[in-house]
Design a protein around this ligand. Sequence first.
Ligand code: X5A
Ligand code: ZN
Length: 548
Amino acid sequence: VNMGTALIYDEEMTRYKLLWVDPACKIEVPERLVVSYGALVENGLADRCVSIPVREATDADILLVHSEEYLEAVKKTPYMTLEELKEFTLQYGDVYFHPNIYHCAKLALGATLQLVDNVMTGKVRNGLALVRPPGHHSMRSAASGFCIFNNVAIAAQYVKQKYGVKRVLIVDWDIHHGQGVQYSFEDDPSVLYFSWHRYEHQKFWPNLRESDFDVVGKEKGAGSTINVPWNKVKMQNSDYLSIFFHVLLPVAYEFSPDLVLVCAGFDSAIGDPEGEMCATPDIFAHLTHLLMNLAGGKLCAVLEGGYNLKSLAQSVCQTVHSLLGDPAPRPANLEGPCNSALESLQCVRSAHRKYWSCLKHAGSLKYTLIVNVLSFSTIRENFIKDADDKDAVTLSSLIALVDKMEKNEVVLTRDLLYSNLFFYISVLSQGCSDASGFIQAVLGLLLPLGYEYDPSLVLLVQTPGSGICDSVWQQLTGLLQGLAQGHILVLMQRTCIDPTCSSLLGDAAPSLGQLHAAPPEDVEAVENLRQRLKADWKLLQTTDEPDD
Ligand code: X5A
Ligand code: ZN
């Protein structure tokens, strides 16, 4: 059952602002929340969500991450004069205080905890907390980068403690490095922190050595910090998706979180004065969708940055559309990642190779994934000869197609793809139970191909005797709904109708559990196919060299 999407917001969080001149802080304005919430209302999205009240965080909540000294210091700020506030602010970087900010910071954290409580207790499936002040830069004993309390880091500690959650994934798609989150979990293997951020070889704020790709976490936590530095500005949709397909998603599926928290900053969208990136607001519909089949769908997004009010409002709406299960718009201009992004991608993958088996080129072919792409005309000529209307594809003609499918050769050539009508995926299996290799093929091969191909219909065919278990099949069905505006036609010849319908109706796929290393044959098969196809399909590239 689709359980609903929470929206947590309170106008009170608009009631603080910068009271003096500070060029570094002037973009963090109350209107950020006003326009975000306003756009959700105007688009009828707020009404479709379950509205949950905020609460004030308690001292105990705050102390899950922050020190007593820091909390006591912040507690005094409501009583300070303007001069005292300015003075207090000086000890931190790129942040400001206001007599009402402590109150708002307690509400921002309380809103975040309300969201995770409602998701963990199953009252809703997922949700968004629209909050100010943001959190991901604040550290144990310091405010930083407009952040007072680390909303998401505290939420991760809170769910571990209150619900005994074993693994939390934090995806920080804000354009700044959430160093506060990283510091909180650097030696903790139960929290996987992923962040991409504008870096420019340390020239960009917060200018930290520890934001680079080779900082991967410490001790038991080694491998559970993943930093993707952007060394150039103007990164686009392809760059973001490449990192998802080739780094974040394979690792996230291997990790198998019980909960996904998103540091949802939208300063990574086009037009933002901080990020200076070029990804369009609709990419957030896809980023959200791609995370929604992890953790059985338990996803909590918490606002961080986002300073171009128009881009921010649109991106927030795209995120909530996906949380509600609406089909994502076809992603615009996926021309493949730029060289700088590929360089970062390659560096991150090699830095993490020793921690994540999905990134090793090693690991019995249980599933064979065959990607078969036919043009509409090929289908029509071969299978629908008697169709009057040349654009009509009848169910019987499709069933005839499936019947003939098993005798088909596997075809995947560029010239068959120009008609852009069908992306036809055939999933065959030699009947075993290993999911790792299959998921690896879906994430590293099928999704990038599908996104770049940009079909207007996905035809998913399950042939008899496929050894794919229901939950793996549901993952596939769920993930493919990000393509073709969710237009998917599933043809099946065996009995897992219920799970399939559940997935088509928008339910999250159940978690697959932690994945072990994929069998070496699978890895080799996927790698070979990727190598062969990557010249034509830019989203399959994982290095900036022509041959890797
Ligand atoms: C939450 C967030 C940005 C701080 C930028 C300071 N903070 N130059 O986006
Ligand atoms: Zn930011």
